[in-house]
Design a binder for this molecule. Sequence first.
Ligand SMILES: Nc1ncnc2c1ncn2[C@@H]1O[C@H](COP(=O)(O)OP(=O)(O)OP(=O)(O)O)[C@@H](O)[C@H]1O
Ligand SMILES: [Mg+2]
Length: 265
Amino acid sequence: MNTSVVDVPAGPTARSRRPVIALRNVVKEYRMGDNDVHALRGVSLDIPRGDFVAIMGASGSGKSTLMNIIGCLDVPTRGHFWLDGVDVRTLDDDDLARIRNRKIGFVFQSFNLLPRMSALANVELPLVYAGVRPHERKVRAARALEAVGLGQRMDHYPSEMSGGQQQRAAVARAIVTNPALILADEPTGNLDTESSLEVMAVFDVLHSQGRTVVLITHEEDIAAYTERVVKLRDGHIVDDYTQDPASARAIHQAHADAGRGGVPR
Ligand SMILES: Nc1ncnc2c1ncn2[C@@H]1O[C@H](COP(=O)(O)OP(=O)(O)OP(=O)(O)O)[C@@H](O)[C@H]1O
Ligand SMILES: [Mg+2]
């Protein structure tokens, strides 16, 4: 099977910009009773390693469907998807589960923390699934929580944290396996402005560390943090542009200047 993705010129720089995500004419249809729902109608998209991308579009436009395919949680009805140069159709369920655990960190709108576990135990979970020993798990989970500014909150249960802190704990859980790709489906959808800015500041740092970050958002000032915006409408990409994310720092600064609190770095 041909797993070459796109024309990649030789050289280390070019190689590092090889698309980590490549979709060609991806179609996703759901059968609902007698009707077909056309969630994606032929999406082609390359996301190079290290990109920071916002996916936008109205409700029902196909954003989560696209994210689920990129995250190997679902497969296209038709078309091709290569993750890191590998055609995902060649992988079985075990392979896909391994990729999800090792290469991808997921963040969801509703945090999805387990309520009966401390922040530290929640963040350790992906390492439990990966078979990491208890002592190393604790060390790595603590480090991930420190990285998102929750070093003082490790023993807190989700109900003892603010929404922004819970989402930062969820981000710590997403990064604890050191994945190259972070996927976030409306990570600030349930947060107030200040908490949203805190969470976006964490994504900003993850991106600056070289990770690929793809997030879905409805909000322009969240998308402003990213370098690239992909817009979906009715299962099609209708816009795809790069932007200077400096404008987002200005938003952040304006909020800080307005006395709405700092952002952990
Ligand atoms: N499992 C499913 N079964 C049937 N139809 C589905 C399923 N998942 C999504 N759809 C349909 O596919 C279309 C795209 O859904 P999707 O969840 O991708 O939209 P979205 O852009 O994420 O919307 P929102 O902003 O509301 O989250 C919608 O019409 C939706 O009803
Ligand atoms: Mg959605």
